[in-house]
Design a protein around this ligand. Structure first.
Ligand code: GLA
Length: 353
């Protein structure tokens, strides 16, 4: 029996750009989904988090967590292989619903594990392709490529500067000296997150259609003038956010923490006002942090409508900042946020490798 693990991810900057041929700057974190896999006489999936074990037929879609696993099997078969019945047991130290891409971690751990067990020798880009396909076609979430790419390609102490238009990438050292990244989970997940996500995707497709462009790479600020208000706001976010990613890479390389922090705040404001995917809870957290000492920057990460806020603080101050925030947050929303301290991590691998 072999065990494989894939990390969750945070994205420093470049939100809602990965399905618009744009730039992202994610890194993997030291929270993992682990999948133990062995050949069996039937498909048996179990999840410690869900506390259930399910026996199912090949390609059976149940509208629940098992779809991520079966989706991967389906995608591998579509490449011309024939995955035999397997027993897969999943455990995790990665919170779900916190916007840390637990689904991509699950998909890539299983894709990598099956590739190893079946001696398929799949390349990293093929693993990404399989995991994305599982999510888009089997699970039915029209995600971008960032999460799965990070789960596979991540390297400890580095962020990945990825151009999602052609998957070219560069590892950027995460050298932030006496600062550190941490996460504050808002403990909120609004129902509309997936419907609004798909709506934003459609709006961006609409922009390209109206402008008669094939890709956001060809869209300029002048082009935005002929768009109606909502579409103009969405498109402006994408162009601005791409510029911010490029500047953030330069800031990281030159250890300009204050510039990097300001870019995080700007990104949040844009996600809030132009792309309109934030929510009261994450806005509250970011507004609070802006007024706190020892915080360089913060912003919501992931698809939005809840999830986590990424914060860049001076090393050693995060608990202090969080404690104050948690009190005010509880007063406002009657729920507690969670502090998640993180380190960067490597991508998918065999456990113990
Ligand atoms: C989700 C998707 C990603 C990306 C982000 C927004 O996490 O899975 O592909 O689109 O939202 O940047």
């Amino acid at each position: 029996m072999a065990k494989f693990r894939a990390p969750g991810r945070v994205n420093i900057i470049g939100e809602h750009t990965d399905y618009n041929d744009g730039f992202v700057l994610p890194f993997a974190i030291d929270r993992y989904v682990e999948a133990e896999i062995e050949i069996d006489s039937q498909f048996v999936f179990s999840s410690q988090m869900m506390d259930e074990t399910i026996v199912l037929r090949k390609y059976e879609r149940l509208g629940k967590w098992t779809d991520y696993l079966m989706g991967v099997i389906h995608a591998i078969d579509q490449k011309g292989y024939d995955v035999p019945p397997v027993r897969i047991s999943v455990t995790s130290t990665l919170p779900t619903g916190a916007g840390l891409s637990s689904s991509a971690a699950l998909e890539t751990a299983v894709a990598y594990g099956l590739s190893k067990i079946m001696n398929l020798e799949l390349e990293k880009k093929e693993l990404v392709e399989i995991a994305v396909k599982a999510e888009r076609e089997f699970v039915g979430v029209k995600c971008g490529v960032m999460d799965q790419f990070t789960c596979v390609f991540a390297r400890r102490n580095h962020a990945i500067f990825l151009d999602t238009s052609d998957l070219s990438y560069e590892y950027v050292p995460l050298n932030i000296e006496n600062f550190e990244f941490a996460l504050i989970d808002s403990n909120t997940k609004h129902e509309l997150s997936s419907s609004e996500y798909n709506k934003r995707r459609k709006e961006c497709e609409e922009v390209l259609k109206i402008l008669k462009k094939k890709s956001f790479k060809e869209v300029s600020y002048e082009d935005l003038r002929c768009l109606e208000r909502t579409l103009r706001k969405r498109a402006k976010h994408v162009l601005d956010e791409n510029n911010r990613v490029s500047v953030a890479v330069k800031a990281l390389k030159s250890f300009d923490i204050s510039l990097l922090g300001n870019l995080l705040y700007e990104s949040h404001m844009s996600l809030r006002n132009l792309y309109e995917v934030s929510c009261e809870e994450t806005d509250f957290i970011v507004d609070f942090l802006k007024k706190s000492g020892n915080v360089a920057g913060a912003r919501m990460i992931g698809g939005g409508f809840g999830g986590s806020v990424l914060i860049l603080t001076r090393r050693g101050y995060i608990e202090d900042v969080f404690e104050k925030l948690a009190k005010d947050y509880f007063k406002a929303f009657e729920k507690k946020p969670n502090l998640i301290k993180i380190k960067s991590s490597d991508g998918v691998n065999m456990c113990g490798a």
